[in-house]
Design a protein around this ligand. Structure first.
Ligand code: ZN
Length: 341
C-alpha cells in the first residue's frame, strides 16, 4: 500500500514537472532567435570551417546570412530536404565570392527538390546585377529541367539592392542594413583606392531579441557597428589573425589585414557595444584555434565571448544557449515527403 501511494505520488510529481518544463520552454523561447553556423571560415578552403554562412530562424522565418562554400551541404546535414526546400531568403553582406558562391547551389537545388516560390536575395549595390548574370548563366539548366517536367514555379531568382540605413521586413523580422568598412584602401594613407561598391552589416530584431552581423570589416572609431551593435544580444564579428613569417604567401595573406579586424581591433568594438554575447565567426585563417583567438582578445575585452564552429547553434532568448546542432545525416529524397500532392 505504501509502495502504491508512493508510486502515484511520484507519477504526479513527474507529470507536474513535465508540464511545467514544457510551459517554461514554450513561454521563454517563443521569441527566440536561433542561429545555426553552417560555415565559420572565409575564402581559404578548409574541411573544418566551411565558407561563411549562418542560418537565422525566428518564428516561421528562415533566412541565410551569406552563402559561403559548402553551405548547401551543411543545410542538408542539419535539416535534410525539408530545410533545403524551405529557405527562400538570402541576406548578402557583400559580393566577394566567399559570401555568394553558394547562392546558385541553394536557389537551384531548393527549386529542383520542391521549393515552389522564388528565391529572394537582398544585398549591397550590385546584387541585382549579379543575380541577373546568375539567372542568365543557368537559364539553359532551368529550360532543360522545365522541358522534362520539373515545375517552373520556384525557379525564379529575385534580387534587391539595399542602401545603408534601409530597413526591410521579412515576416515579423526587422532587418536593418548598415555600411561597414571593407572597401580597399591604401595601406599607408588609408585613402580609398577608388573601387565602387558597398559592404553591409545587418542587424536583425525579432520581438525583444536582436543579433548583429558585422560582415567583413576593419574596425575603426567611425565604425557603424558601434551604433548598431550597442547593447545587442549577440554580436557576430569577423576576425583575422596575422600570418607569421616573411614568405610570399604570408605577405599575400596579410594584405587583407587592411580590410579585416584583428582580435585587438575587434575588442575595441566589443568593449564599446557590450553585447550579451560576442561571437567570432568568419575566421581568418581557418586553422586559427579558439585558444589563440580568446588569448589575443582577453587583454582588451573581458565580456562574454565565444568562438563559433561549424554546426554551432545559439538560441537567443531569456538565456543564450550554445549547443552543437544534431546532424540528421543522409536522407532519401523519396522518403522526404517534401512535395505537395
Ligand atoms: Zn569574407
Amino acid at each position: 500500500m505504501l509502495n502504491k501511494t508512493l508510486l502515484i505520488f511520484l507519477l504526479l510529481l513527474q507529470s507536474d514537472l513535465a508540464v511545467s518544463e514544457t510551459l517554461a520552454v514554450s513561454k521563454n523561447k517563443s521569441d527566440a532567435i536561433v542561429l545555426t553556423f553552417l560555415g565559420t571560415g572565409a575564402p581559404r578552403p578548409s574541411f573544418e570551417r566551411y565558407g561563411p554562412s549562418i542560418l537565422v530562424e525566428a518564428g516561421e522565418n528562415k533566412i541565410l546570412v551569406d552563402a559561403g562554400s559548402g553551405m548547401r551541404e551543411r543545410i542538408f546535414e542539419v535539416g535534410g530536404f525539408p530545410l533545403l526546400t524551405s529557405i527562400d531568403t538570402f541576406l548578402i553582406t557583400h559580393l566577394h565570392f566567399d559570401h555568394t558562391i553558394s547562392i546558385p547551389g541553394l536557389w537551384l537545388s531548393g527549386w529542383l527538390y520542391g521549393r515552389r516560390i522564388p528565391m529572394n536575395v537582398y544585398g549591397p549595390s550590385g546584387t541585382e546585377k549579379m543575380m541577373e548574370h546568375m539567372r542568365k548563366a543557368y537559364q539553359w539548366d532551368i529550360d532543360y529541367r522545365g522541358i522534362v517536367g520539373v515545375p517552373l514555379q520556384g525557379s525564379k531568382l529575385t534580387a534587391q539592392d539595399l542602401n545603408a540605413g534601409e530597413i526591410i521586413k521579412v515576416g515579423s523580422l526587422k532587418i536593418t542594413a548598415f555600411a561597414v568598412e571593407h572597401m580597399p584602401v591604401n595601406i599607408q594613407s588609408g585613402k580609398s583606392l577608388g573601387l565602387r561598391g558597398d559592404t553591409l552589416g545587418f542587424r536583425i530584431d525579432y520581438k525583444n531579441r536582436s543579433v548583429v552581423f558585422s560582415g567583413d570589416t576593419r574596425s575603426t572609431d567611425k565604425s557603424k557597428l558601434i551604433e548598431f551593435g550597442k547593447d545587442v544580444d549577440v554580436l557576430i564579428h569577423e576576425v583575422q589573425v596575422p600570418s607569421p613569417g616573411n614568405s610570399k604567401e604570408a605577405k599575400l595573406a596579410n594584405v587583407s589585414l587592411s580590410v579585416h579586424s584583428t582580435p585587438e581591433q575587434t575588442a575595441y568594438i566589443l568593449s564599446r557595444t557590450k553585447p550579451r554575447l560576442a561571437v567570432y565567426s568568419h575566421i581568418i585563417p581557418p586553422g586559427t584555434t579558439e585558444r589563440q583567438l580568446i588569448e589575443a582578445t582577453r587583454p582588451f575585452y573581458e565580456g562574454p565571448l565565444t568562438v563559433a564552429h561549424d554546426f554551432m547553434k545559439i538560441t537567443i532568448s531569456d538565456e543564450i544557449d550554445i549547443e552543437t546542432v544534431e546532424r540528421i545525416g543522409k536522407q532519401s529524397f523519396e522518403d522526404s515527403n517534401v512535395l505537395d500532392d
